[in-house]
Design a protein around this ligand. Structure first.
Ligand SMILES: [Zn+2]
Length: 159
């Protein structure tokens, strides 16, 4: 049995002088302001978490993550992803496809680190994690550098 989950997320950048770090896919990207949100606002991990919820029909981002963030102080978004994974049961991720739209940061130098981290979080071979990025020719606020948009498609199998 094969399941496919679709997730997406977007966040706006903090002001340029913000000291909040930019975290993408659990990786610190130096040289840019962070993203707005109560948590680390990791737009990649949020899109992947939503894709897992697309399979499990158990939504984590929202009420559950707000409780974890605001009441338990868990701002690292990998906690939300792990919580979503807990509902997969005997199903296992077998492939992840990520598509980002942004003008900044330049992602190419960080893709290996991001894919390695996602591989660890999802227990998935890095070779089964595809990741593309586009500026969309600057047609949207993401392409103009105001924030980052991420779409995730997760394929999960059950033996
Ligand atoms: Zn988010």
């Amino acid at each position: 049995m094969i399941y496919v989950g679709l997730g997406q997320d977007s966040h706006r950048f903090e002001p340029e002088d913000s000291i909040k770090p930019l975290i993408l896919g659990g990786t610190h990207i130096p040289g840019y302001p962070g993203l707005q949100g109560n948590s680390d606002a990791d737009v990649i991990l949020h899109a992947v978490t939503n894709a897992i919820s697309g399979v499990t029909a158990m939504n984590i981002l929202g009420a559950v993550s707000d409780r974890m963030c605001l009441e338990e102080g868990l701002t690292d978004s990998s906690n939300y992803l792990r919580e979503a994974m807990n509902h997969l049961g005997r199903r296992r991720p077998v492939h992840l496809s990520l598509s980002l739209e942004c003008a900044r940061p330049k992602l190419a130098p960080h893709m290996t680190a991001i894919r390695t981290n996602l591989s660890r979080l999802l227990d998935l071979d890095p070779g089964h994690i595809g990741m593309t990025a586009t500026t969309g020719e600057g047609l949207t606020s993401f392409g103009r550098g105001e924030g980052i948009f991420c779409t995730a498609v997760l394929t999960v199998s059950e033996d």
